[in-house]
Design a protein around this ligand. Sequence first.
Ligand code: HAM
Length: 426
Amino acid sequence: MAKGSAAVSFRAPKGVPEYVPPLSAHFQAVRETLITTIRNYGYSHIELPMFEDTGLFARGVGESTDVVTKEMYTFSDRSGRSLTLRPEGTAGVMRSVIEHNLDRGQLPLKLTYAGPFFRYERPQAGRYRQLQQVGAEAIGVDDPALDAEVISMADSALRSLGLRGYRLELTSLGDQTCRPAYRESLQAFLFDLPLDEETRRRAEINPLRVLDDKRPEVREMTADAPLMLDYLSDECRHHFESVLRILDTVGVDYVVNSRMVRGLDYYTKTTFEFVHDGLGAQSGIGGGGRYDGLMEVLGGQPLSGIGFGLGVDRILLACQEEGCVPGSEAHCEVFGVPLGEAAKETLIPLLADIRGAGIRTDMVFGSRGMKGAFKAADKSGAVLALVVGENEMANGTVVVKDLRTGEQHEVVQSEVTSTVSRTLQA
Ligand code: HAM
């Protein structure tokens, strides 16, 4: 540092969680487990831009949503384009599908994605400004069986982590044939209430959102509000009943929540949320639904779609709450202990060979004494230590020490990989 310049200390931006070891291993294991389940249902990975044209989200997510009006990270680039850090994944997937004609092949088109999303929300436990999702979208087939598959896929992804303390809530939001009549009667009901100015305005723009108001007095006033489920067209009702029947058949538990309100405007028909009771206010660990008009709104064919986003940050918190955090294994299984500098040259190729057999290895670096080296081996969490000193170098051997029992024996160097593999499998 230049003389006289003050030391500066930086911190991660407010509301942005960081996953450093050992928590990072758990975070990664949660994300991998979710992705693995989704890939087993035939979904292909899609890697999307972290930022897009601001208009994509304004049109796709909805001009009147909190996400668009209050939470977007929007900036101009050097040529004056308005860009926005993606607040969610569905609009970007649709844009990419249209741009690359991915919808011209076999349908449904099944895509999965994972990564960070950005929302300028008020930070609190489980609510972050950079949040991580694993998402899935199935595009192009309007079949209740697909809704049921998407929902049970999300359910089995959560269950494969060992989670049990959550419930699946679902409802139908109807479509353009029945929603306008519902909207009208909900507005008529709300305009009769003594609502404050702001809530009244909300009732004009997006009346459904008033049903999501957390204030007890508003909840009380809206307790008898008309419900979308009573206004569904025959087609939407049959679709919803069919989804419920298939979920019953495959044994996925659910509760119908006719007052569910999602924060994004594109939803139609089946809409769902996974709610975990151990997480306090930020209890939504995943959510999704159909969005049958979205593709057309974004300039594509009138294809339907259904998908979800699972919140990895909150799912990790839920795993901690339930005591089923994955990824607890030590960072290595075999730890090399060279006694002296020359021993490193013998040990390094042996460890490389073991690593080549798919076994995680690490070793002591720097010049530690024998005591320090064994302490490092113990702390590493490895099962086996490989020790090479002057005797072993002279004899062409290695001492394999079982760190669980303290037992050790000498092995010829050419046989060390097979010995290690056998011992770890035993
Ligand atoms: P969403 O409900 O806005 O849906 O987000 C999905 C999940 O992301 C939530 O259930 C929650 O677990 C997590 N999440 C959202 N905001 C935050 C936050 N501020 N901090 C921590 N976690 C958060 C969507 O984003 C849709 N794109 C899902 C979808 C896909 N619908 C159809 N296809």
